[in-house]
Design a protein around this ligand. Structure first.
Ligand SMILES: Nc1ncnc2c1ncn2[C@@H]1O[C@H](COP(=O)(O)OP(=O)(O)OP(=O)(O)O)[C@@H](O)[C@H]1O
Ligand SMILES: Nc1ccn([C@@H]2O[C@H](COP(=O)(O)O)[C@@H](O)[C@H]2O)c(=O)n1
Length: 194
């Protein structure tokens, strides 16, 4: 059986940073599931058809990390048929041995409710906006508005809304350095891995 770590949380809370560090530390596979939605939104045309026919080249596009790609992703992510088209790929990825770390919005609640470890990573809106603005060279005020709009859409949609799984451990990274946040996550996996 593979060991699954599910990491969810709002935009720019630090999920991906923790997910990559956990995968490195434990030798697990890592999937940033947001990329699937970003690639779907970036394709243009019919989003359901795009989600059903995503290729490695779509996921390798160099324009997927922009704020615009994030907004487009959250719009297509509200379409139930888009989400349904991406489920099998994510579950097959999660089943890889010796283990997998997936980060997104619905990993602990919908994609891998059986995950051995579920983390829900948060940070204050202002901290998240400042970090993402620094990363993209953008204005923190404008970034705050964009992140709040995206989080609102992700939380309020009917299909797989952003919310913590009941059994998720919450990590608030607002006042944590990256190393401190990663150490908490490693300790959580160590506890449950035995
Ligand atoms: N604890 C931390 N302290 C300082 N900076 C951090 C911390 N965690 C993450 N960051 C930085 O904040 C930014 C956002 O982090 P990251 O990309 O991991 O967030 P995310 O939740 O995966 O975002 P998204 O949902 O958009 O994929 C990055 O620039 C990252 O280096
Ligand atoms: N499991 C997921 C992952 C992502 N989304 C949507 O994609 C957008 C972009 O995600 P990032 O993690 O790259 O910021 C995000 O705002 C969600 O709308 C999702 O629905 N489910």
């Amino acid at each position: 059986m593979s060991f699954i770590v599910a990491i969810d949380g709002p935009a720019a809370s630090g999920k991906g940073t923790i997910a990559r560090a956990l995968a490195d530390h434990f030798g697990f596979h890592h999937l940033d599931t947001g990329l699937l939605y970003r690639a779907t939104g970036a394709r243009g045309g019919d989003p359901v058809e795009a989600a059903r026919s995503l290729t490695a080249a779509d996921l390798a596009r160099d324009d997927l990390r922009s704020a615009e790609a994030g907004q487009a992703a959250s719009r297509v992510a509200a379409i139930p048929e888009v989400r349904a088209a991406l489920v099998d790929f994510q579950r097959r990825f999660a089943a890889q041995k010796p283990g997998a770390v997936l980060d997104g919005r619905d990993i602990g609640t919908v994609i891998c409710p059986e995950a051995q470890v579920k983390l829900y990573v948060v940070a204050s809106d202002e901290v998240r906006a400042a970090r993402r603005a620094a990363e993209l060279g953008a204005d923190p005020g404008a970034m705050l508005v964009q992140l709040q709009e995206r989080d609102g859409r992700d939380s309020e949609r009917a299909a797989a809304p952003l919310r913590p799984a009941q059994d998720a451990m919450v990590i608030d990274t607002s006042d944590l350095a990256i190393d401190e946040a990663v150490a908490l996550a490693i300790a959580a996996v160590d506890r449950l891995r035995g």
